[in-house]
Each structure stands twice: as structure tokens, then as C-alpha cells.
Design a protein around this ligand. Structure first.
Ligand code: HPA
Length: 275
């Protein structure tokens, strides 16, 4: 436990030597938001591999950088590339960067992902504001001894996704005429996509979208007392349990088509976030 705090401190001190930015906002640039990093001004790009205690990225071509700088004139820290459970990291490794970003000063975290849409009103390329989640990882990043200085043993999850940020984002979307659904994200380990029976099960338990990330980071962000905003880009569909067969290429295509809209939405929200 002491070890975890010491590791966070070591990472934070290293990053602070590289950048003077004191970010209030953290962003995890998942699929569909990757290019937002290009809009960050006065930026310092730090490869994960340089940061002490950061997991080492296994996915080839996945930009593994921490980017510090200014977005819409606000100081931000962004993860360009994230760590997935299915890659073989444990959930403490997956979520370690979230703890570091909080200790760098971030009070708000914006998380994006690609997800399979199960709600019959969804179309490929649509955006969904995450209002709540269901953890079906069969694991939890907080299992093990708890350090009360980092967060509570039994963190409240009744508002895992900050209601005020949800309202703000809906307002921005309305003003900018961006189509934005609201829904429940269910997180599974992957890397397999779901069977038709699994999709039917996930719909029955109340989920609107399914993916392989986000839930662990959101749990740790809540443990650390951060306010969370989550947005899914719907990259493929399984409506009524009928899977529209999708390959990685189509998933990435839908995500890249939705990217300009997602980027615009997030930037406008960042403009409006105040402390
Ligand atoms: N299932 C799980 N993860 C995903 C999907 C899906 O259909 N689409 C994008 N990520």
C-alpha cells in the first residue's frame, strides 16, 4: 500500500520535472478521440515507457503517451492510448495512470471509448453519454488492502458519472446540434466480442452499450474522488441480439467517422467546465 503511494509520488515527480502544467482535467483518449491530442497547445509529450511505474504498452502502433498542455485554454493531461485488461495487465496496472493524473491535480476525468450498441434506437457512429455502468469484468481494481489516504474501502458509486457533467454535456450537445444518446455501459474483459446469447443477456440486464474498457478507470476515479464524464462512440450494432458482424476495420472506421463530432463535443464541454 505504502508502495502504491510511493509509486504514484515517484511518477508524479517525474512528470512535474518535465512539465509545468497543473492539470485540472484529465482525458483518456480512447477510440474516437485519439486526434484530440493534436489540438493540445504548448504540449509536453511523455512516452509511457519513460514514466517510472507506468505499465509497458503491448499494442503495436498504439500511441502510448501522456500529453500535458492546454486545451481551450485549460490545463489538461491526456492519455494517448490506454491499457486494457485483455492485453494481460491486471486492473491495478490498467488504472494506475488515473491515480497519477489525480495526483497531478485533475479533479475531472473525461473518458471515451468505442462500444457495441444494443439499444434499438442507436446507429453506427452515434455518440452515447454514459449515465451509469455495469461491471461484468468479474474483477475490481480495488480488491486488496485499501489505503484510506487514497480513498474509502467501500466507495459510493451512486453517481459514478457526475450528474452535473452529464447535464452540461447534454446542454452543449443540444446547442451544437450534436446527436447524443444517454445510456448504460456494460464492461466485459474481451477480447472476444459477444455471442448473440450474450447480447440478449446484456440487453435484459439493462445495458445500452458494451465495451472492454472504462469501467476499471471509472471505479478508480471514483475511489480518488474525481468527477467522471464518459462518452461512447457506437461502432457496431447488436440490436435484439442480432449481431451485425463487424470486423476491427469497420469498428475503427465508425470511430474515425465519429471523431470530429466527439472532438467538438469534448472541446466545448471543456470550455464550459469551471471549478
Ligand atoms: N463488444 C465489445 N466491445 C466492443 C464492441 C462490442 O460489440 N464494439 C466496440 N468495442
Amino acid at each position: 500500500m505504502e508502495d502504491l503511494k510511493a509509486k504514484i509520488t515517484e511518477s508524479v515527480e517525474f512528470i512535474n520535472q518535465k512539465s509545468n502544467i497543473k492539470p485540472k482535467i484529465a482525458i483518456i483518449l480512447g477510440t474516437g478521440l485519439g486526434r484530440l491530442a493534436e489540438d493540445i497547445q504548448e504540449k509536453e509529450i511523455i512516452p509511457y515507457s519513460d514514466i517510472p511505474n507506468f505499465p509497458i504498452s503491448t499494442v503495436q502502433g498504439h500511441g502510448g503517451n501522456l500529453v500535458l498542455g492546454k486545451l481551450e485554454n485549460k490545463e489538461v493531461v491526456a492519455m494517448q492510448g490506454r491499457f486494457h485488461y485483455y492485453e494481460g495487465y491486471n486492473l491495478k496496472e490498467v488504472t494506475f495512470p488515473v491515480r497519477v493524473m489525480k495526483k497531478l491535480g485533475a479533479e475531472v476525468i473525461i473518458i471515451s471509448n468505442a462500444a457495441g450498441g444494443m439499444n434499438r434506437f442507436f446507429k453506427r457512429g452515434d455518440l452515447m453519454l454514459i449515465t451509469d455502468h455495469i461491471n461484468l469484468f468479474g474483477d475490481n481494481p480495488l480488491i486488496g488492502p485499501n489505503d484510506e489516504e487514497l480513498g474509502l474501502r467501500f466507495p459510493d458509486m451512486s453517481e459514478a458519472y457526475d450528474r452535473k457533467l452529464v447535464e452540461l454535456t447534454l446542454k452543449v450537445a443540444l446547442k451544437e446540434k450534436i446527436k447524443l444518446h444517454q445510456g448504460i455501459y456494460v464492461g466485459l474483459t474481451g477480447p472476444t466480442l459477444e455471442t448473440p446469447a450474450e447480447y440478449r443477456f446484456l440487453i435484459k440486464i439493462g445495458a445500452d452499450a458494451v465495451g472492454m474498457s472504462t469501467v476499471p478507470e471509472v471505479i478508480v476515479a471514483n475511489h480518488m474522488g474525481m468527477k467522471v464524464l464518459g462518452i461512447s462512440c457506437i461502432t457496431d450494432l447488436a440490436i435484439n441480439g442480432v449481431v451485425v458482424k463487424t470486423g476491427l476495420e469497420e469498428i475503427l472506421k465508425a470511430a474515425s467517422d465519429a471523431e470530429p463530432i466527439m472532438t467538438k463535443l469534448v472541446k466545448k464541454v471543456i470550455q464550459k467546465i469551471d471549478y
